[in-house]
Design a binder for this molecule. Structure first.
Ligand code: AMP
Length: 307
């Protein structure tokens, strides 16, 4: 089943308590599509980069089975650049620089061969562009999942609200859920956000796992307790890519299957944070992923007889 992924393909410069990187590749669509590629080989990417973006990194995506026909390369322009610094707890970070560059006037052209996709992942990007992509698809995909961040809540809230009305699933972190809803309680926040449009809401809580809400149902998946978290950048997008990839592979958009998809997404995110940038998620094996999912099962399974 085909999965369309749109988002940023970027250069990131990162600072964590463990070290610093110069410009390395990142971006919501990079992490999302690489992560999904372990579940389905029918991934179509729509994004934009400048001609400063290394050709071998595009080839790397292609080697993962990602179709890059929809990746625009703008001559003489610079790729999106983001820089962030993590605090000692590794759960919070400050954005140091956001240079939109090619993203500033990105026109997301959907190649004809991408039409009729069943699943759409709208990675973190201008809400206006996310909307344009939905409008340019001739048939509505079976499931539209959208990610966003505080940056867009601050500068494009009206557009964000419009886009929210068009999607099925929203993934955001706890801080952003509170900001969007104005509620401290995540349960109250979830109700308010679902009333804004998406029927399903995933709230990511970093090292404290992820919550899935749908109507009056809720599900919680813990994060794997890791000895060392090296760099959390992209964990959210890697999570979303694993979630989408699993849904596309199983072709089942029920709440029950989304619970399983969240476990796979969490497993993928747990790999992402073990090394800087995309380093860990470009070289995974199927058995590593299966073993990790088993660890998640063990972590949260409990045999309990009611007395
Ligand atoms: P995450 O850690 O999952 O929130 O994702 C981090 C990735 O998002 C980085 O690789 C950045 O390049 C990308 N990113 C950061 N800010 C933005 C933005 N405003 N729009 C699109 N992508 C962004």
């Amino acid at each position: 089943m085909s999965l369309l992924v749109i988002g940023s393909v970027a250069f990131d410069a990162l600072e964590t308590p463990f070290g610093k990187t110069d410009k390395i590749i990142g971006g919501s669509a990079t992490y999302g599509s690489l992560s999904a590629s372990y579940f389905t080989k029918n991934i179509n990417l729509v994004a934009v980069v400048g001609d400063d973006f290394p050709a071998e990194k595009i080839e790397l995506m292609q080697k993962h089975g990602i179709n890059t026909e929809g990746l625009q390369i703008k001559k003489g322009e610079k790729s999106f650049f983001w820089s962030g610094r993590y605090h000692n707890d590794m759960n919070s970070r400050d954005t140091l620089v956001t240079e939109l560059n090619v993203l500033a006037d990105f026109d997301p052209i959907i190649p004809e061969s991408y039409q009729n996709c069943e699943f759409l992942f709208l990675g973190n990007l201008t809400p206006q562009i996310q909307q344009t992509v939905i409008n340019r698809l001739k048939n509505r995909p079976r499931l539209i999942v959208m990610d966003t961040m505080n940056f867009w809540m601050e500068i494009a809230l009206d557009d964000l609200h419009k886009t929210l009305k068009m999607v099925d699933v929203l993934t955001i972190n706890d801080e952003e859920a509170r900001q969007l809803s104005g509620e401290y309680s995540l349960v109250k926040a979830a109700k308010k956000i679902m009333a804004m449009g998406p029927q399903f809401l995933i709230i990511k809580k970093g090292e404290h796992g992820a919550l899935l809400f749908h109507k009056d149902q809720a599900f919680f998946c813990p994060a794997l307790p890791l000895e060392e978290v090296f760099d959390p950048t992209g964990a959210g997008d890697t999570f979303a890519g694993g979630f989408m990839g699993y849904i596309a592979k199983t072709e089942d958009v029920s709440f029950e299957n989304m619970k399983r998809a969240i476990v796979y997404g969490s497993a993928m995110a747990s790999f992402c944070v073990e090394k800087f940038g995309t380093e860990r998620i470009v070289n995974l094996t199927e058995s590593e992923i299966t073993d990790r999912v088993k660890q998640f099962k063990q972590l949260s399974q409990i045999d309990l007889e009611l007395i």
